[in-house]
Design a protein around this ligand. Structure first.
Ligand code: KG4
Ligand code: ZN
Length: 333
């Protein structure tokens, strides 16, 4: 029997979860809203907030699961990628607790965990499957052949998809992170405005041109109508979202066709997007795919996915050295 306490602190969410034999018993997250006023995550502020949140969040996760810390069989923690100061808080806490309880420590790659979040609940994809991982920091198409065997087929050469939502939203005056708000506004609008489509070879992505294209478009419109953004916010959001989703689905179709894989999953914060969820379902029907979308609580950063990923390492007795250090740019392969 495994009973793992998982910790996630890679960016601006402090999260703890308890996982028994791969089943998530609790998944508690404290989101740091303080960054809204700065228009983005301030690393120093994020680490301070993690320090404040980590003990109450861990206590809440243990209480919710009705588990005493002495029953735990391992501690799992995000090693990277992420903000170094934020990662250090979670890693130091996890090491100390593992040492105090004399139980193993398991380090987890945050991006792999986003993908393995699919194993938190049914239906689970079968191997091999393709996963489009779309978050604030990453945009990747990954071929997953086994729980711990992954190969990146394509990734962004500049901004991530989440960043494209956040930066375009910022131009329109939306609060950080703009993705969820854009999604809501887009639901009341139509994609009537067109933006340039980036030309990128293979399965790679590019989103930085989109942000510039939106900026120029809005500047031009504001010259003749200073209220253009307020009057058209729903349609602008729907158009931006449509373009981002279109690019993501197009590359996903290309990857599926090149690999012949029909088990298709999406993961990461942007997989919470209603437009992406809808278009994935449509593409799935059109191309004969089985599609997998995690429950909302497993899309954005959460410790549940860290625990689910750690369970696979636990079974292999793949434990970490207590001298392990966090890595801001931890690679997947
Ligand atoms: O995976 P995540 O929680 O953190 C990172 O590892 O980056 O992803 C956060 C990103 C942000 O860019 C946020 O704007 C975006 O996910 N996001 C969304 C939605 N919910 C979160 N983007 C579009 N639509 C949403 N509903
Ligand atoms: Zn993430």
């Amino acid at each position: 029997m495994s009973l793992i306490l998982a910790i996630e602190s890679s960016c601006d969410d402090t999260s703890a979860a308890v996982i028994r034999d791969g089943e998530v018993l609790s998944n508690v997250t404290a989101t740091q809203t303080i960054h809204e006023q700065y228009g983005g995550v301030v690393p120093e502020v994020a680490s301070r907030k993690h320090q404040i949140n980590i003990i109450p969040v861990v206590k809440a996760a243990l209480d919710k699961a009705q588990i005493n810390k002495t029953q735990l069989t391992a501690i799992a923690v995000t090693r990277g990628p992420g903000l170094l100061g934020s990662l250090i808080v979670g890693v130091s806490f996890a090491k100390s607790l593992a040492l105090a309880l004399s139980i193993p420590l398991i380090d987890v790659n945050h991006m792999k965990a986003h993908i393995l979040a699919h194993f938190a609940e049914d239906p689970k994809p079968s191997f091999p499957f393709l996963c489009l991982t779309v978050s604030g920091g990453h945009t990747q198409i990954v071929k997953v052949t086994a729980p711990l065997e992954m190969q990146i087929l394509g990734s962004t050469i500049d901004d991530a998809a989440g960043e494209a939502f956040d930066k375009s939203g910022k131009i329109m005056g939306l609060k950080y992170p703009a993705g969820p708000e854009m999604d809501k506004l887009a639901q009341n609008g139509n994609p009537i405005f067109q933006f340039a489509e980036p030309k990128v070879n293979g399965l790679n992505f590019s989103f930085s041109g989109l942000k510039t294209s939106i900026l120029y478009f809005l500047k031009k419109q504001l010259k003749t109508n200073p209220n253009f953004i307020d009057e058209n916010i729903n349609d602008i959001c729907a158009s931006v979202q449509h373009q981002i989703v279109y690019i993501l689905i197009k590359k996903l179709k290309q990857a599926a066709s090149e690999t012949g894989i029909r088990e298709i999953a999406i993961a990461g914060g942007v997989s919470a997007n209603s437009g992406l969820r809808k278009e994935l379902a449509i593409a799935g029907k059109e191309c004969g795919w089985n599609t997998y979308i995690p429950d909302f609580q497993y899309c954005t950063d959460n410790a549940g996915m860290i625990g689910v990923a750690a369970e696979f390492s636990y079974r292999e007795k793949d434990f970490s050295d207590l001298n392990m250090v966090p890595q801001a740019r931890l690679k997947m392969e």
